[in-house]
Unconditional design. Structure first.
Length: 326
């Protein structure tokens, strides 16, 4: 849409833009640019206009728009689809992947009616309260390397959060970003295979709690979940969180898998699970263990009560010795 193109120019311009320069770049009339400008103002964008200087974007509403988020030429964010409501951004990404969408596509929704968590659980997706974002990636690597991607995404979420807010972000193995011991974000990576059973794509779904209150979470969930707004006087706009996250996902994808050592060091530094007594939960069975370290492949090495060691590849790991970690 022309409105998104005009917004993209305004949001990326370091100085005021004239209507003439925008109409020339977008190959439309100045009247069309003016109409797009008025449509943006009606949506809540504050745009200053001065004769002889041009237009300048002063502030934006809490609206998710491709015009602000698309990053032409980047590996991630070269195409951004923003939806008011969808069943799941992961599902929408997979639908577009089946239609031939390119790697780097980002899908964002203001609300999910069927948000998904790990192991078939639902993910709370209140309208306008969180950032619900999925990215489509088409890696040309081994399945073993792809299995590490979830941990890389957790690091990207932490880096985006810290860069935007200054809040220190940690990770509970394997992919739960935390603020002060409570879960800030859910991450779900899903694979797509072609007709020959080979890897076709990966969809990484990320749900970041932005402005939820304890009342929004409810009495049970509020004990283990948190939002950016609960740690700040004023939470950032969802579009700001999305822009920061897209930037970090782009850096991740440009470095995957060759920058493994960097992401492994970042992950180990942030991981709250190591050095703790934990409960391993798999197939309905619970076992006690001590989490010793994160291995080179991002699996978790634990020590069992009988002194034997084991590498944990999947399942639930609950930290027992730190209140708030689950």
């Amino acid at each position: 849409m022309l409105k998104d193109d005009v917004l993209r120019l305004l949001s990326s311009a370091p100085s005021p833009l004239s209507g003439q320069s925008m109409s020339r770049e977008l190959k439309v009339s100045r009247a069309a640019v003016w109409k797009a400008m008025e449509a943006l103002r009606n949506e809540g964008y504050v745009i200053d206009s001065r004769p002889g200087l041009g237009y300048r974007l002063l502030s934006s509403p809490d609206v998710l728009s491709p015009g602000v988020l698309i990053r032409p030429g980047q590996s991630v964010g070269n195409r951004v689809v923003c939806l008011e409501v969808t069943d799941s951004t992961n599902n929408e990404c997979k639908r577009l992947a089946a239609q031939g969408a390119q790697s780097g596509l980002v899908v964002i929704a203001g609300e999910q009616t069927g948000g998904k968590g790990r192991r078939g659980r639902s993910f709370q997706s209140l309208p306008g309260k969180g950032l619900y974002l999925s990215v489509l990636l088409r890696p040309q690597v081994s399945l073993q390397e792809v299995s590490q991607l979830t941990a890389w995404v957790a690091v990207a979420v932490c880096r985006a959060t810290e860069g935007l807010t200054g809040l220190p972000c940690q990770v509970k193995w394997v992919n739960d970003p935390l603020l002060e011991g409570r879960k800030l974000c859910g991450i779900l990576c899903e694979l797509g295979l072609d007709d020959d059973g080979r890897l076709d794509y990966v969809v990484a779904g990320i749900g970041i709690n932005v402005s939820q209150t304890a009342e929004d979470f409810g009495p049970e969930l509020s004990r283990t979940a948190t939002s950016l707004g609960q740690h700040m006087d004023t939470p950032p706009l969802r579009s700001e969180v999305a822009a920061a996250l897209i930037g970090e996902l782009n850096a991740l994808w440009d470095g995957f898998p060759v920058r493994r050592e960097f992401y492994l060091e970042e992950y180990r530094r942030r991981c709250v699970t190591t050095g703790q007594e934990v409960t391993l939960i798999r197939g309905g069975e619970e076992r006690e263990a001590f989490a010793e370290k994160v291995n080179e492949d991002f699996t978790l090495h634990v020590r069992l009560p009988d002194g034997s060691g084991e590498d944990v590849f999947s399942g639930e790991v609950s930290v027992r010795s730190k209140k708030g970690y689950a």
